[in-house]
Design a protein around this ligand. Sequence first.
Ligand code: FAD
Length: 507
Amino acid sequence: MAVSAPAKAAPHHTPEGVGAIDPRRQLEVLQALRAHLPEDCLLSDGEDTRPYECDGLTMFRQQPMLVALPRTEQQVAALLRVCHRLRVPVVPRGAGTSLSGGALPHSQGVLLSTARLNRIVSIDPLARVAVVQPGVRNLAISEQAAQHGLFYAPDPSSQIACTIGGNVAENSGGVHCVKYGLTVHNVLRVRAVLSDGTIAVFGSEALDSQGLDLLALLIGSEGMLAVVTEVSVRLVPKPRLARCLMASFNDVGTAGQAVAALIGAGIIPAGLEMMDKAAVAMVEPFARAGYDLEAAAILLCESDGTPEEVADEVQRMEQVLGAAGATRLAVSRDESERLKFWAGRKNAFPAAGRVSPDYYCTDGTIPRKRLGEVLKAIEAMEAKYGLRCPNVFHAGDGNLHPLILYDASDADSTVRAAAFGAEILELCVKVGGTVTGEHGVGVEKLDTMCGQFDSATMQAFFGVRLAFDPAGILNPGKAIPTLPRCAEYGRMHVHGGKTAFSDLPRL
Ligand SMILES: Cc1cc2nc3c(=O)[nH]c(=O)nc-3n(C[C@H](O)[C@H](O)[C@H](O)COP(=O)(O)OP(=O)(O)OC[C@H]3O[C@@H](n4cnc5c(N)ncnc54)[C@H](O)[C@@H]3O)c2cc1C
């Protein structure tokens, strides 16, 4: 259950597990693991572990005590048995593209990389199912399935690098999710290793599986309930044709209303994305997609299907967007132009690297009708924090990705960027939205979680976590704020000096 607005501004915390590595403990755990994993699967030297010190949220860094690169599910299970016995935190990691610090290492923990679990096990074109190991890249599934005229629909903009294990852990979305659904709608079955080393299977390849829907619980659990070791995904037929329509607007609020008008007209686009003027100005010199540099906002709207369906839908989209106030409309004439239209949007984050030493991309979701007012508030925050903030959105889902441009080498700029991001997320909750759309909570949004959820809901989250991982070794300090932290934030009820579940193991 959500609560209205946060009680007070988020306090600044150092993430759990950030600190010095204990060399004696490191040696003890290394020796225990050597009995089960080959030497070339374990990294302990500081130079070897440094590449893992952060993920896409570069604001926080911590070298792991050890890195493990298992090759088999049995090795993952053996590693977890050892870590469970010795009470060592385990942080799973795919490609490390998380933007919320979900794969931030723990100073007393093992970073478990799935880089070597990267095999496509099978593709069944008749059942339209692919079975893959967790370290397989998202895009690699569609590349392999293309020979059967099929593809895997959820397409995060990081799909060239991010792994399916990471997608499951974050319930990732992408441009095409407005029509085809998120990861949770496209994953049928998951094999995973529980915190004590037990192997379990969630879901099935049948349309409906019996028992409680633990698969849905696992998807989006940010590495805290189990380590995913195999995923069965649904494949869908590649549409015969796709076209992208680009619409310009001279006001962001009008563009937001146009999105509502499209959905209201019964149109479900294959993709529906928006960029504001600052984002277009940042991206166009990089992508040369032909974006309208004069527009306050542009919408990219995709139609896919048979040529007849696409022709009809594009015509209806043009009518609705024209009536909603579009000042310019352009439809991609061929596949290469369609890809060009998308290239700018898909490369918006890397394009930020051309105009700023660092960027902090946050992720919140709001009701679409509040878009105009939220963007105006973000503009006011740019002045307040002295930082620029271009905006890109999954417009169909009301999912914002403000890109706060800052300089990580300047401590003051970093603090201002963090506070700016927190204020945006608080605003998302205030207008009836949520603190995350698709990037997860990680360490980035712990405080804002306290603002969004009441203590009963938070206790339910703790209960689930405790049921799966009573020792609390899996990715501790991520996604669910500790209760004292929420008490400090002013949201959690403290009874007799004790918060609920305060006896949960603290590592
Ligand atoms: C340029 C860019 C664009 C992006 N665009 C999008 C987008 O459009 N949509 C979107 O949703 N996200 C997007 N992201 C965020 C990110 O790519 C996704 O969250 C992605 O799913 C992370 O996958 P990964 O393999 O990199 O996971 P990691 O970053 O390595 O890990 C992410 C989380 O998953 C856990 N995890 C990883 N593997 C496993 C496993 N096998 N078992 C259990 N837990 C595991 C980790 O512990 C961590 O909590 C973007 C990121 C970047 C850098």
